[in-house]
Design a protein around this ligand. Sequence first.
Ligand code: ATP
Ligand code: LTN
Length: 336
Amino acid sequence: MENTEKKARVLSAIQPTSVPTLGNYLGALKNWASMSADNDCLYAVADLHAITVRQDPAKLRKQTLEMYALLLAIGLDPEESVVFVQSHVPQHAELAWILNCYTQFGEAARMTQFKDKSAKHADNINVGLFSYPTLMAADILLYQADYVPIGADQKQHLELARDIAERFNGIYSPTFTIPNPYIGKAGARVMSLQDPTKKMSKSDPNPKASVSLLDTADDIRKKFKSAVTDSEAKVRYADGKDGINNLMAIYSCCTGLDYDAIEKEFDGKGYGDFKLAVAESVIENIKPVQDKYYELMSDKAYIEKCAAEGAMKASYIANKTLSKVMRKVGFWQIKK
Ligand code: ATP
Ligand code: LTN
């Protein structure tokens, strides 16, 4: 019998600010791929968000295409999911403007990412950085998404998107689906290898702090070897052992083992052995992604074709929501 049950709508996005890290992969991208089989999924490369921090134009262009190819390489099927670039779908910027007018200054000012990024880029605290979460809300609400797979760092932005949607629905009538975050258990917050109290971030200037999805096996071994740990020399998950906790979380994600099993496996062994095992498990996990990525990058015409089709499909869905919103707020719409 045909399954007529409506699938849940899933949307997420990633900025093309650099090659994704192991944090992006375990915290978000891996879930994107596994959710795509049973849900109606849309995934975007968030280039509009990327310019909230100054970017080199040629580099941004190149990184956007590379990020798009990487999304296909992690296993997203462009026939099955809608994979697109945010700036190719103008409705995102249009809805974001409208949502700005339904968001309070105080709400946006409370966002911890805004505070962190303002501190990091004190010479360029632009209005786009401030209204970043309303653009993210537009990304989500345009597609009536039920679930949004994200790392834990994005939870606050998602809560704001829910508040904006509820406010708009309350002022007018039900317009937006209220989105739910989907945060995987393990890997939701992979920490920096050099400062395990900070999240691993693809724009971290210290290359030893993060593992990129395109690092060579040798680089990965070296980075784990120099990862910051502690002086106890015992592999166990405990408060105050941030470095080891982080390595255990990574190993658990890559092998499927729980913390008890990991403690048993490394009982009586030193950190050197553990770090090497973590590195090997990471290499094994990302090798298929790397192989597929290099294969795809040898056919740019195919990548462009997928991006053009993705933008068309996304735009069709986005337009339905945007027209509804424009009608409700009172814009004069002329029949075409
Ligand atoms: P940037 O350093 O440019 O701000 P980022 O590394 O924080 O970038 P984003 O593009 O902002 O990455 O995020 C893409 C996705 O990866 C988001 O869902 C985010 O929550 C997730 N993510 C980012 N960093 C981590 C991390 N260290 N652990 C788990 N998930 C993460
Ligand atoms: N802000 C997100 C990236 C992002 C996003 C989205 C995530 C932009 N638009 C919509 C989920 C849904 C980040 O990860 N920094």
